[in-house]
Design a protein around this ligand. Sequence first.
Ligand code: HEC
Length: 148
Amino acid sequence: MRGTGITRACASEGPGWLVALKSDARIPAIQRQLRGFDTTMAEVSYRYGEMYFGGVEGNWDYAAHMAMTLERALRLGLERSPSRKPNAENLFLKGPLPQVVDAIQKKDAALFKQRIETMRAACTACHAAENHAFIRIGVPTAKRNPVE
Ligand code: HEC
């Protein structure tokens, strides 16, 4: 099927590069392209911010969606970087995250804000534990999606 100029240009740089590799080079290439914990964290941070504004603005379903997808992104990242798992579990997944989810389910704005404080301290604590102490997480200041 013939596409527009734009779709043709994209297709020429599409999956062809992967198929063009020798078959035993494809899995390592996919692994490289999936990246590591840095891209995981860029997604976690984005979802943390959106979850925050969902809660603050009373869009609890949006906050719940962002909390769920944040957890999924983090768990998939841990599959790629298993050495990070003990700190992620102990400092974040076992306490601060379910506590925020609980506040979202209760639709309790005061409790949510209080638990966000605990969560951001946990993000920062994990960074310190994983040799990235310079990444200190604050309360989000800018909403990224134009969700009403
Ligand atoms: C496993 C413990 C751990 C937890 C929990 C964690 N982080 Fe991270 N984070 C890291 C590590 C390790 C890096 C550095 C990753 C790298 O560059 O390989 C990082 C990097 C980052 C970065 C920089 C990303 C970039 O663009 O390179 C941001 C932003 C970030 N984290 C935000 C957060 C937020 C927000 C939370 C909590 C909602 C959080 N992190 C929870 C370990 C954690």
